[in-house]
Design a protein around this ligand. Structure first.
Ligand SMILES: O=C(O)CCC(=O)C(=O)O
Length: 286
């Protein structure tokens, strides 16, 4: 596998990569304590098949149907989300007013998808309280050729004006193996004091933004002596993670486009970061 993130290659070796541990078996036990224990031990829960695959693929199809002709490979159905190699003229910058992602996160089908009680009930078990989903829910769409991905970061650096008791749900909307731009997690990094990775923030392709940790995933893994954990995500899988775990995404290099939703829950009696109380747009600065 040839992998990179933000255009920087990272060799797919056992020294740098390892598999995510699946936790779907714990769901069957209905043991909330065991789920919480696993979440805090690993920093994440990898839950293959938590959602209905057909429903997830329907959402994928609805989103790609919003584009003018030309984005999708000729003759391919929107559900497949196969890139033609060009973005049609006239599509505004990603995720701002006028771009399909902007309208989509404000649409009824999207609202219904994220309102699935399977998600809120699990969040409630993990937070050990009634859980509330924050209104800023992000749709991420990447296609090959951009060399753009999410840099290594922890969620808390983006939501440090509210309660740190947050759980993030990352939902691939379509199959998403590593070369399609999967999320990867730095093993055990939720236990690292932030001072330990602070020096990495100086090595960045975005000097004006101190929130991200680093765009170079090999350097991050070697400096912190940890592997990136990965999976061949499929439509229907869900990842849950803690706000202190370091994670990043890989570049999309396949014809299949990467689409995902990330959404966060807090305890309903906690005060969330006010920047997360409005619907997402790519230029909201949060
Ligand atoms: O999907 C991505 O590339 C990043 C998502 C993320 O950072 C998150 O869900 O916290």
């Amino acid at each position: 596998m040839n992998l990179s993130s933000n255009g920087v290659p990272i060799p797919f070796t056992p020294e740098l990569f390892g598999p995510l541990r699946g936790s779907a078996d714990l769901l069957g036990t209905r043991d909330a304590g065991a789920l919480r224990e696993r979440l805090h031990a690993d920093g994440y829960l990898y839950l293959p098949g938590l959602l209905d695959r057909a429903e997830v693929l329907r959402l994928r199809g609805r989103y790609f149907s919003l584009f003018p002709p030309g984005l999708l490979a000729p003759g391919s159905p929107p559900e497949d989300g196969v890139f033609s190699g060009r973005v049609p003229e006239g599509v505004p910058e990603y995720g701002v007013v006028g771009h399909p992602a902007y309208a989509f996160v404000r649409s009824e089908p999207f609202a219904q998808f994220v309102a699935n009680p399977v998600l809120s009930e699990l969040a409630g078990q993990l937070l050990d309280a009634k859980a509330e989903m924050l209104p800023r829910r992000i749709l991420r769409h990447f296609h090959r050729g951009t060399r753009r991905a999410s840099r290594a970061h922890v969620d808390l650096d983006y939501m440090d004006e509210g309660s740190p008791r947050v759980v993030t749900f990352w939902i691939p909307v379509g199959d998403c193996p590593p070369p399609t731009g999967a999320l990867v997690y730095l093993e055990g990094s939720h236990r690292l004091p932030s001072a330990e990775y602070a020096p990495l923030r100086d090595i960045t392709d975005r000097p004006g933004d101190r929130r991200q940790i680093c765009h170079d995933l090999e350097l991050t893994a070697r400096t912190l002596g940890r592997r990136w954990l990965y999976a061949d995500f499929a439509a229907g899988d869900v990842m849950v993670h803690l706000p202190r775990i370091i994670h990043a995404s890989l570049d999309t290099t396949t014809d299949t486009m990467r689409l995902s939703v990330d959404t966060r829950f807090v305890r309903s009696d906690d005060s969330p970061d006010p920047r997360w109380l409005r619907p997402w747009s790519a230029d909201d600065g949060a």
